[in-house]
Design a protein. Structure first.
Length: 277
């Protein structure tokens, strides 16, 4: 498995890494505090931590939904969090025009699931040399992500990771096929499990998505047993007050327990793999 460089941090598969934070940038101080608590938890467990929050949620269900502070202000806030916490940061990019400015601040450029096949966006992100995290679309088979990988490699960038976030099953429902992890991992790059978007019920709330938070732990543990390298989580001190994706965000108070279980399972899987080799 190739290691990836994220800022000054090298993710080499020696331990589970964590991408976590609120869905979208809210009040700057509250957003920072969530990151501060996540850093403490990850340091306690010895896990590499990357702060995540979107500066713009461009695919909200309704035009009335909160999207975030936007590119300019959002990057300013993320830059402050990066400096204050001394951790790498990741956020979504939605258009080629955002790439250059985003790359000045972000350590990981994240391609949203709905845009995972957008060649121009993938190539622009890859050309920056920054780590690119591509979320697998809800409409793609895991083996289809091989074409996505090639689009990034085509621009000379091997600093990439792939994220599973479930596949559409009927209406307003996602399911996670655990075969996705070894299939995508066979491409040779780190694979991440999005433990919170995977329990989302897209558009299930009429003008917004809803979710089933109670299943986050179940899926996260199963994914850890299926051979992932990292976990992506949307977390909040009070999900009921979250401005986006509250129903599928994990309470900060529950994060340590879930991660502790994942680390234990991840360790068993790693040892089993070494024995098999």
């Amino acid at each position: 498995m190739k290691s990836v460089k994220v800022g000054n941090t090298v993710l080499d598969g020696s331990s589970l890494f964590v991408l976590a934070g609120p869905c979208v940038i809210e009040d700057p101080e509250r957003t920072l505090n969530i990151g501060r608590e996540m850093k403490k938890i990850c340091e306690k467990l010895g896990l590499p931590y990357v702060f995540k929050a979107s500066f713009d949620k461009a695919n909200r269900s309704s035009f009335t939904s909160y999207r975030g502070p936007g590119l300019e202000e959002g990057l300013k806030i993320l830059g402050h969090i990066k400096k204050e916490l001394n951790v790498p940061v990741v956020s979504d990019i939605h258009a080629v025009e955002q790439v250059e400015k985003a790359a000045e601040v972000l350590d990981i450029l994240q391609i949203p699931a709905f845009l995972c096949r957008q060649t121009d966006l993938l190539e622009a992100a890859a050309a920056t040399g920054k780590c690119v995290n591509v979320k697998k679309g809800q409409f793609l088979a895991p083996e289809d992500m091989g074409n996505v990988v090639q689009k990034i490699l085509h621009k000379g960038n091997e600093n990439l990771m792939l994220t599973e976030r479930g596949v559409t099953m009927g209406y307003h429902n996602l399911v996670v096929d655990m075969r996705s992890f070894p299939i995508m991992r066979s491409f040779g790059y780190p694979v991440v499990f999005d433990a919170t978007h995977s329990v989302q019920l897209p558009g299930g709330g009429g003008t917004k998505s809803t979710g089933q938070r109670q299943f986050i732990g179940n899926l996260a543990r199963a994914a850890a047993g299926s051979g992932i390298d990292g976990v992506f989580m949307e977390v909040h001190d009070n999900p009921a007050e979250a401005l986006s994706d509250g129903p599928n965000s994990l309470y900060l108070s529950q994060v340590e327990g879930v991660l502790r279980d994942m680390v234990a399972i991840h360790s068993i899987v790693a040892k089993s793999t070494e024995t098999a080799m």
